[in-house]
Design a binder for this molecule. Sequence first.
Ligand code: VG1
Ligand code: CO
Length: 566
Amino acid sequence: MENAPIPVVTVQTVPYDDQRPGTSGLRKKTSVFESKRNYLQNFTQSVLSSIDLRDRQGCTMVVGSDGRYFSRTAIETIVQMAAANGIGRLVIGQHGILSTPAVSCIIRKIKAIGGIILTASHNPGGPAGDFGVKFNVANGGPASESVTEKIYQISKTIEEFAICPDLRINLSRLGRQEFDLENKFKPFRVEIVDTVEVYLNMLRTIFDFTAIKGLLTGPNQLKIRIDAMHGVMGPYVRRILCDELGAPANSAVNCVPLEDFGGQHPDPNLTYATSLLEAMKGGEYGFGAAFDGDGDRNMILGRNGFFVNPSDSVAVIAANICCIPYFQKTGIRGFARSMPTSTALDRVGKVMKIPVYETPTGWKFFGNLMDAGKCSLCGEESFGTGSDHIREKDGLWAVLAWLSIIAARKRSVEEIVKEHWARFGRNYYCRFDYEDIDPRAAYYLMRDLEAVVTERSFINQQFAVGNHNYTVEKTENFEYTDPVDGIVTRNQGLRLIFTDDSRIIFRLSGTGSMGSTIRIYAESYERDPSKIDREPQVVLGPLIAIALKLSQIHDRTGRRGPTVIT
Ligand code: VG1
Ligand code: CO
């Protein structure tokens, strides 16, 4: 019986009309995936069908999850469907656990055709939380808009899917498992790999582990506190920071991945990573960091809870890039940031004479630049930092980058950031998020706002708030022409640029699981070194007042304030 080939069956299904992937993958309430008939199967089939049959036959794919509720069930289904759809080999993290950066790393290392990551990133998990499916392609990065559009089109007309319902794998046992399938010549292979190893080996080639170990051990050691927020990063933090780099075991907290992240948002910012912030305020630790559910985001804190704004983080890493051995080998080809990310990076690029690209939100656009050899380092305001070592943002990479800089410069986090501001000026920055807004209200708000701010008479208009005066220099609905393939991406956010380089940006999020999310970003630039030590929200108050007034967001949505401020 054991050797009887496993049947491949075709199941009839009815399409859904809401499976358009967002900024990175398809995200919905867990209950949608769990209870709507064949919801995951339809999307998985659409993803697999989007790959050309010739490329799909016998190819290798990587599968991992951030460990959230429903991941195991989803992996079982995906394995059964991959087998039935002619995929030759799946490489899966042990217990189904792989971070988003690790998946990107493995795809590239083994030259897989792509990968599937079960995660809704920083969104809460559990039966009442969110679930999601990210699809990455052969370069290791999120699928491009043309691919996700193809997936969406298939999902709207799908009539059947293929599956091997009797195929069972063992996610705990490292190594190969082979299965004979009915009507297939070659066996289907599954390889369960260590969650950390391949990724760790890559980091060894990027950083000077001896230097970082020197910083974290010995009598003058830098005491660090790293919060994995019960997401996927626990095993990576323990193995890499503690076992390899010598940080004491008690430096790492919340390192057991939990299906519901302990009931918290696994979101590394000052609103949700509060226990880390409190611990840092105690003054005992000189460096703190947290990651999101799938390990691609990071937050960096200094002693006493000194907050490093993510837009500053990428700029500081850029200015100190020579402290990271990888870049000494590869050279620095260019920098990139997403449009809403502050222009702090641009100032560094200018001084270093390195080109800086401004892309729409989402990592896929950076990947294109990197594949063409135009970008070495990039970042987003949303706690994402990374380089061309992979094609995703990489939380632990950012931590090791910071530790490398601290080791080389022998300065504290706060000193490094303040010296940076003194040299380049400071970009004050903040973001307001209004979550779960009625999609129609959000749509009309953006439409009406666009009409107002893009009117010709709006240029040179002045706004006086208190004793501040802002003059509009330029307004637009941001669109991006990819310098590599010439593809134009439109409607990426309304932006108002003032003559003093301040900016206000309005944008609809592409990662929410319910309703619409409007994000308002505000930024202002201060060159005067005597004025770089102020509270961002105070400095940005007048710009925020202008943003609220122009958009009438409170009147139109019935909200009295944002859901989250970062
Ligand atoms: C958000 C962030 C964006 C990030 C994306 C995916 O997208 O703003 O910068 O790339 O999430 O990150 P949006 O469309 O909601 O603004 V992750 O860690 O959630 O995969
Ligand atoms: Co994430």
